[in-house]
Write a protein that binds this ligand. Structure first.
Ligand SMILES: C[S@@+](CC[C@H](N)C(=O)[O-])C[C@H]1O[C@@H](n2cnc3c(N)ncnc32)[C@H](O)[C@@H]1O
Length: 365
């Protein structure tokens, strides 16, 4: 079986490492490929069969996709591949011809293996690149081809709102892909614990990527701009044994973070402090790891305030940080100046896709 796993752009390597760890832990044979066909934010895994022994000692097959949906912290979707194909020149083709090609291809696929006639289905599409067709065109065409094929086996049922089976059709550049989306309509990065929705919250998958980059070893950990608590909550959910602190200037967000932590079942694991990160040393004497997504210009109104805020924060951080910091922001100039002028070294830099932007991420020591 081939699985297409999706995640944020720029963290494919970390998602791949997590995936390899999860697959190894269940003893399933596998082969993993990062960015298949050069597509960003994707990992492909070819996996064999996995088994477990039930309470009566019987050998049972383990669903690898269910296991990944339940365990992964970095993936967004787990999709079982039905087929993929490169359609040369599809970007320039007139809509009718392009859709005809897709329809003919899908009609020849054994989709009846993936949906029982008693089950309802829907097609969700994703398109990226230059094409004369839209994702709605793709959904309709693929839906029609699947429907007509299933008619040979019974009376197919379409349910666009609450389908039992979700087919996922993707056209990325010239590559067409059809699979079964085992994750469902809500991406895995939308955590069920989120009861307070901060306007600038970080995706939980990216929060975990930042934690991976920080490599906390059990020492004390702070998110000095914790907002709704995504980073400390995700760290606590990983079973982290060390001290975890979340600092936030605004009471409303701090209360929200506490509500989220309560809903995640980790409230007692996190010390939430109402305070100003530019006076960090007043709240903590020393801390081993600091990980945060910093306030961005556009999101806090006055953009001119950012360089000052970053400078003041990093000068405080220099007084307390013992090991490593990981920060993500759109404000490249302001952060680099603040990092360097306060005596930190940039150990690693990468761009991560977040909220439609590629955001700068720094590991500093
Ligand atoms: C980009 S948001 C962080 C979002 C958070 N990672 C989450 O997932 O919800 C930045 C946060 O920094 C807070 N903030 C702004 N200035 C601050 C300061 N001087 N000290 C502490 N927090 C501050 C804002 O209120 C906002 O909640």
């Amino acid at each position: 079986m081939r699985l297409l796993l999706t995640t944020s752009q720029g963290i494919e390597d970390l998602a791949r490492a997590e995936l390899e760890g999860l697959l190894s832990s269940i003893g399933v044979p596998f082969r993993v490929e990062g960015k298949p066909l050069g597509v960003e934010g994707r990992v492909l895994a070819e996996v064999g069969e996995a088994f477990y022994t039930d309470e009566k000692g019987r050998k049972r097959e383990l669903s690898v996709s269910t296991y990944l949906n339940e365990r992964s912290r970095l993936l967004h979707r787990v999709i079982v591949e039905i087929a993929s194909e490169r359609f040369e020149g599809i970007g320039e083709e007139e809509p009718e011809r392009a859709l005809k090609k897709i329809e003919e291809f899908v009609s020849g696929l054994p989709v009846e293996r993936y949906v029982k006639t008693s089950e309802s289905f829907a097609v969700r599409s994703f398109r990226k690149g230059e094409h004369k067709i839209t994702s709605i065109d793709i959904s309709k065409t693929v839906g029609k081809a699947i429907f007509e094929r299933l008619e040979r086996f019974g009376t197919p049922r379409v349910n666009l709102d609450h389908p039992a089976v979700i087919f996922r059709a993707e056209l990325i550049g010239e590559v067409f892909f059809l699979g079964i989306d085992t994750t469902g309509d809500s991406s895995l990065h939308k955590r069920p614990w989120r009861v307070y929705d901060h306007p600038a919250h970080l995706k939980a998958s990216i929060a975990n990527a930042l934690i991976e980059l920080a490599k906390p070893d059990g020492g004390s950990f702070i998110d000095p701009f914790c907002g709704s608590g995504t980073i400390p909550i995700e760290l606590a959910l990983r079973g982290y044994g060390g001290r975890i602190i979340g600092l936030e200037k605004y009471r409303k967000h701090l209360r929200g973070a506490e509500m989220n932590a309560l809903s995640a079942g980790v409230l007692e694991r996190i010390e939430f402090i109402l305070g100003d990160a530019t006076r960090l040393s007043e709240y903590v004497e020393s801390v081993d790891f600091a990980v945060s997504n910093l306030p961005y210009g556009l999101k806090i109104g006055r953009k001119s305030a950012i360089p000052r805020l970053y400078m003041d924060f990093f000068s405080e951080l220099a007084k307390v940080l013992e090991k490593r910091g990981v920060f993500i922001t759109t404000e490249k100039r302001a952060i680099e100046k603040a990092i360097e002028e306060n005596g930190f070294d940039i150990k690693h830099h990468r761009l991560i896709g977040h909220g439609g932007l590629m955001v700068h991420t720094y590991v500093i020591e």
